[in-house]
Design a protein around this ligand. Structure first.
Ligand code: ATP
Length: 324
């Protein structure tokens, strides 16, 4: 076995002695091989008292790494990568104002002004998460905007499941949760005339290798690392989610609604068939969620038996006993 394979298999620090014993080579020979691998661009950490650890290329996060996993035909073919940005949604808005076309994708490691709905903040600390936005110019009427959020949720759930095999579920309309905690948030912003969309920007923040969260959100937030017990390649997640989004979006553009995806959405949604508390600004109420209709509104049977549809714009939904 080559040294590189040995280190990859261990996937953690291995002492020089352990390597020497396993590979029947001298410490000096190990050092020389490590130097050679580093010259080839393979990052290997050396820590006194711990030994060597390969920083696997699967950890690489940048335009090249993402494109090496991407299978789309138009979405993300033009991809902007930022080590740090105020907000990937804001960056795409600036580019859109200058005429950037459909399919432009912005990805960032750090967001200094990440946004949630209703002006709330979204945390994107350094080196662990994904901030990503898509620029879209659907030739549809502006009232479709909330549906774009639901398509993003489906794509995120699908891509994350593919890469991690974890049970990522949708919390209507715009969150992905695992074990009842929030892994992904989605924010859709649109610029439109009454009957014409200039652009829709769909942004998402995904917690991937986050070890811990600030106190305010630590009870409701989670990451793939926390749930899966290992680190995941952010480049792979970006690519898998983007592949899925392109497919869903193309179907959506042919029908102009979610009719072709409704069953999939409801199957992935934690609220389907569950009791919910609807935090409507006009008054809270409880009910049983039946899933979404073709336009992405949540069908809720109220306690008095009447049926209502909850529009995704301004409303949050909770489980009766907690966040989901
Ligand atoms: P709700 O769950 O009430 O419907 P929302 O989906 O509208 O909320 P957003 O406004 O999209 O939530 O997200 C902002 C909220 O998410 C913040 O107020 C904060 O509580 C939480 N939050 C911020 N950063 C993160 C993060 N990295 N991971 C999980 N949750 C976060």
């Amino acid at each position: 076995m080559e040294l590189i394979e040995f280190l990859r298999e261990k996937n953690d620090f291995v002492s020089g002695q352990e390597i020497a014993d396993a590979m029947h080579i001298s410490r000096n020979a190990i050092w020389k091989q490590i130097e050679r691998l580093r010259k080839e661009g393979i990052e290997i950490e050396a820590v006194t008292g711990k030994g060597y650890r390969i920083v696997d290329a699967s950890d690489a996060f940048g335009e090249k790494a993402i494109k090496s996993f991407l299978h789309t035909s138009w979405l993300g073919r033009e991809l902007l990568f930022f080590d740090e940005i105020d907000s990937t949604n804001d960056e795409l808005k600036r580019r859109a104002d200058k005429g950037a076309g459909e399919g432009l994708v912005a990805v960032a490691d750090i967001q200094s002004k990440g946004k949630g709905r209703r002006g709330r903040a979204w945390e994107t600390p350094a080196g662990v998460n994904i901030a990503m936005s898509y620029l879209l110019r659907p030739r549809l009427s502006p009232d479709i905007a909330p549906m774009m959020t639901l398509i993003m949720a489906m794509a995120a759930a699908k891509g994350i499941k593919e890469v991690s095999s974890l049970d990522a579920r949708i919390k209507w309309p715009n969150d992905i949760v695992i074990n009842g905690k929030k892994l992904v948030g989605i924010l859709t912003e649109m610029t439109a005339e009454p009957d014409y969309i200039h652009e829709v920007i769909v942004g998402t923040g995904m917690n991937i290798n986050t070890e811990s969260f600030p106190d305010e959100i630590k009870d409701t937030a989670t990451s793939l690392l926390i749930e899966g017990g290992r680190r995941y390649s952010r480049a792979k997640v970006v690519a898998a989610v983007t592949d899925a989004f392109e497919k869903y979006y193309e179907i959506f553009c042919t029908t102009g609604d979610l009719s072709m995806m409704r069953e999939d959405y409801n199957a992935a949604c934690v609220n389907t068939g569950a009791e919910v508390r609807v935090l409507d600004p006009k008054g809270e109420y409880d009910g049983m969620a039946k899933g979404i209709d073709n336009r992405g509104e949540l069908i809720v049977i109220k306690e008095d038996g009447s049926e209502t549809r909850v529009y995704a714009g301004e409303v949050s939904v909770r489980g009766i006993y907690g966040y989901v």
